[in-house]
Design a protein. Sequence first.
Length: 369
Amino acid sequence: MMRVLHAAETIKGGVATVLDSLAIYQKDNEQIAQLNILVPEQHVSELSESLRPNITPFNRKKRGVLGLISFATCFYKQVKSHDPNIVHLHSTFAGFIGRLVILAFFRSKNIKIIYCPHGFSFLVHTFFIKRLMFTLCERLLSICTQSIICVGESEYKKALQKGFSSKKLCLISNGVDLPKISNPLTHNKLNEYTLLYVGRFDYQKGTDTLMEALRTLDEKNLNFKINVIMVGSSVNNVSDKINHEFKNIAITYTGWIKKEQISEYYSKANCLIIPSRWEGFAMVPLEAISYNLPIITSDIVAFKELNKVSKLFFNCGNSASLASLLSGINTYDLDNIKEKLMKKLVDSYTRDKMNKNTLDVYLRNPQGK
């Protein structure tokens, strides 16, 4: 019987959705005798109420040395007290610290380490030397990792190109459930469009590109109105802390909202915009599609499979490209596009497939063969 420990240094956004789904599925699975979850105290509300008895929180007010030390200390205590034989580490910092702690203190325990970067650190747009260091660190730590879960095809292929062992890598696409309610609106040839953004306000997520594009549109004499709803906020006290205002575009900032409330926004928008500079494979576009909402994304490789279907994408980081696309939004057959996206989601990106495939990884030979 398996004793599973999930550990994450932060879960805001898509990581919380994935972790919540996996944990709920595993909680009552007959093959799992014990389930424990280590997450920041400030993020516990991101997970379902039914998981509260399984959660151990640690204090992390923001990302920094103190927060990382707090995670490392609590992670050590969790492994020591619960003696898991499966440790599932989520995202870069948890993957780095968690594996070092196991190597330093629990090498004799024969713990199977599952690592999901939710977007490898070497995919980040940064200096070449920095990306090279990220790659070397990830490859070195992969030696003591039994399975590395890539959440998107592009991430999987990139890891193979970087020299990761195909025996260690496995592709398990993120997945969602189909909600009981969906967006009932038509999205074609409207006089007024409500655009939705969901996520962190930072450089990775491309909120600066979106704001610059809206600024350009604000100066144009469009024959339709634009309303923008921004769900989220800055997480790490970096860019886009100041709310933008426009003369002709109505923009609303909601802050972070509970996941139970997000359906309200998916149901009243006409299109979701995802201007990310890099991703593993984001959950937000899948959630939006599940509500019958068309999406506009950047042209990064993470969205390649969805962009093949929608054809609604712009040049990454190029606000003029995004502004040009949005200025013609009333000319696209968005109703037909959302139907095609829904078919793609049902065929490839369901929560049931994600949960079952992850459990299969747990059950594999300890050497991943």
